[in-house]
Design a protein around this ligand. Sequence first.
Ligand SMILES: Cc1cc2nc3c(=O)[nH]c(=O)nc-3n(C[C@H](O)[C@H](O)[C@H](O)COP(=O)(O)OP(=O)(O)OC[C@H]3O[C@@H](n4cnc5c(N)ncnc54)[C@H](O)[C@@H]3O)c2cc1C
Length: 462
Amino acid sequence: MTRIAIIGGGISGLAAAFTLEEHRRAGTIDYALYESSPRLGGVLRTEHIQGCVVEAGPDSFLTEKPWAADLCRAVGLGDQLIGSNDADRKTYILVRGRLIPMPDGLMFMVPTKILPTGFSPLFSWSTKLRMAQELFHPPRTAEADESVASLVKRHYGAEMVDCLADPLLSGVYGGEAASLSVRAVLPRFAEMERAHGSLGRAMLAARRKIPRSANQAAPPLFTSLKNGMQQLVASLIPRLNQPSLITNARVESIQHDTGGWSVSAGSKSGHFDAVILALPTYAAAQLLSIASPELSAELGAIVYSSSITVGLGYNRDVRQSLPPGFGFLVPRSEGKRLLAATFVHNKFPHRAPEDRAALRCFFAGSTAENIWQLSDDAIIAIVRNELRQILGLRARPLFARVYKWKSAMAQYGVGHLERLDRIERMRQQLPKLALAGNGYRGIGVPDCVRSGQDAVKQVLNV
Ligand SMILES: Cc1cc2nc3c(=O)[nH]c(=O)nc-3n(C[C@H](O)[C@H](O)[C@H](O)COP(=O)(O)OP(=O)(O)OC[C@H]3O[C@@H](n4cnc5c(N)ncnc54)[C@H](O)[C@@H]3O)c2cc1C
């Protein structure tokens, strides 16, 4: 019988445990999952307040990445999957204090329709001119990685970095376009530039290749669960072997010896043939500092940022007064602390009764750090003040909840993929060790699910 330790009970570790269950039931392996906190699920956490589904962490995942939805189906939640309400998919950008809708045809930040972009007040005339010139951008032959800001600036200029690239990426990574790696974060952009030169032409060419009849609807951009992301955790847990799930157990050290790995978690320690570290990389670095100081140093060099989400509920009058669409993004140049807000009742109408408006506000990176020490009431006051300035929203919320996530979002800095190659070489020198989590090849929930599943394949050599 092979014994496997999974360290970390977020979605990466739970996905690994679920993958191992089949083998456990066949009697070939046994596993133990160690989680330092009292609850499983990591940053997946949902509260139900006054009929609203309030997401403390992730609210959905990208539909085009199948692993999370597949896992939901595997745990019996196929009929609970919901798509975002893309008929109302409009996102606003705050520009000089006004909310301006992102023009139709903008794919991430690449314009693919001339008229809506040409007439949009979102961009200055000089940026619009850059967009036209961009169609003649030559292919790039340089192999070296660069920041997202540097690529976007080369194609569309600095205004595009400030008003779109930066806010769009802050919403996903909690980081800045100037420090995120193009090859790790937007690999398609790097490839489009290499092959086509112009991102605009590349995007149009890619769109022409999609075989879709005129009346076939595109799948929704985002997928989620009717009762929130925690539904996935709640359905996963009963499908796992209960004695294998050890909560309130912080693993303090792991040690490799000829017979495998010793895992020390106070009174709940054990000996295993293989270990899966389903942890933020800084936590994995700490545990590997004795087994491989070099690997530990590489893992420790991956930067994480903190974030704060604030869920607010309002009455029918507020719902009627808010603009349509999914919400807004705030460029740093606007001088606000909020980075983004989602109109939950529009994005996922199932998540708020018809007489409620539900908002989800987001702070990340240095802004989140700057307000970290404040009380929940003080943070709610900041949110309300900025919502008043941005939306004219003066009403007192029916409820407001603050959720703080310390160092939970990995930042893939320039050179991240090269670092991953080094990490992989070093990992292979340590027998029966696998790494999973959001610090490697994707920060989103689907990527984390896949990382847990791949980690099982690595330790089982399948
Ligand atoms: C606010 C926020 C919003 C997000 N929004 C989205 C979104 O909308 N869509 C999307 O796809 N993704 C989103 N993400 C990203 C995604 O949710 C995460 O990347 C993913 O859930 C991370 O899962 P994980 O299991 O790798 O890590 P975590 O959830 O961080 O779990 C790691 C676990 O390890 C435990 N642990 C740490 N050290 C030890 C130790 N020494 N011993 C034992 N246990 C330990 C921790 O307690 C934790 O439970 C968001 C993330 C955040 C923070």
